[in-house]
Design a protein around this ligand. Sequence first.
Ligand SMILES: [Zn+2]
Length: 402
Amino acid sequence: MNHHTDIIASVIREAEARGIRLEGVAFPDEIVLEPGAIARLPAYLSGKGHKRALLVGDPVTIAAAGGEGLAASLRGLGIETETTLVTPNAAGDVVADEASVVQALLDMQKHRADVAVAVGAGTLHDITRYAAYTSGLPFVSAPTAPSVDGFTSKGAPLLIRGDKITVPAIGPSAIFADTDILAQAPAAMVAAGFGDMLGKYTSLFDWKVGHAIGGEDYDPFVAELTGSALDACVSRVEAIGGRTPEGIETLTRALIVSGLAMLIFGQSHSASGAEHHLSHYWEMELLRTGRRQVLHGAKVGAACAIIADHYRRRLGQAAEAGASGSDAALAARLGDRLPEIAAWLGELPGAARIRELLRIAGGPAEPEALGIDAELVLRSLREADEIRPGRKTLLRLINGRP
Ligand SMILES: [Zn+2]
């Protein structure tokens, strides 16, 4: 079959097999996941009638995507092409903050671009998607690292005056995921992508709890899609850690499928629970104190192990006969669903196994290795649910907030 759209087609087929129709979902036109995929990008833009493209990246990502060669083939099809190299912040990181967004916006205006191309990993996608949305332009995704599941996202997590907020933007009209390029990504970024997928253990669990206790909407198909993508990554963790072609393909596909699952549900419950709230909390703290940023997925993976451990301990204490104080309050909150929720948690791997998987994937497993100290971890367990008060995660229930 046509390689171009096989991810979307297989998702639609799986849905149809369950009698679910997905016509209302705004999928990208094309998702190309294959070696050499980037070579299809110029013809796609030309076919869409684009005449002026702005590539948004940084020196490393633009070089990874073939830089001048890509620009030359775009120009060869009559597409005027310019490149924005997003300037790093004072700590030396490219971040999706006001300055980066405005830099991309100004270049879109100066170049009179009619399409933007995000060339890079998650942060560059967030900058591009928001700047393109604000300019009324479509954007196309050319990921250079399989490091996050946010490529297909319609929301852009931005840092505005140091606070992490997610604002509405647009999803890519097409994705060109070139496995030759993705396999060259630094090992730490591949491990981070795996960490972002491992986080689905706790996000899927939190979603079930939010549905059972907090009355949140739940979509079993979306949960299953995400869970299968997670399982595929875990079963090929050695190949992912070894960055073999199969490992890279598996991980990238899983990240894209997780993104499509969010697109189908229209919200991020399947992919983002308390482990993400911890990660966002840490990120804001690192920014506030002027420290170097840590890859999103690396934080999520480490946070997933911490959350799994925290949940196990707190649910265990709540279930004890003589539970008192906040344990008793949690037990009261969960009521007769407590045994069922404890059973769901029992299906998840424990913290030790989660850390082992992170190490096999080539990443750090402990927050200390990311510059996150024990005090910050404890504080985030107490406060991180306030980042997303609308999400009824078990962490929020543990912290006794409505
Ligand atoms: Zn994530």
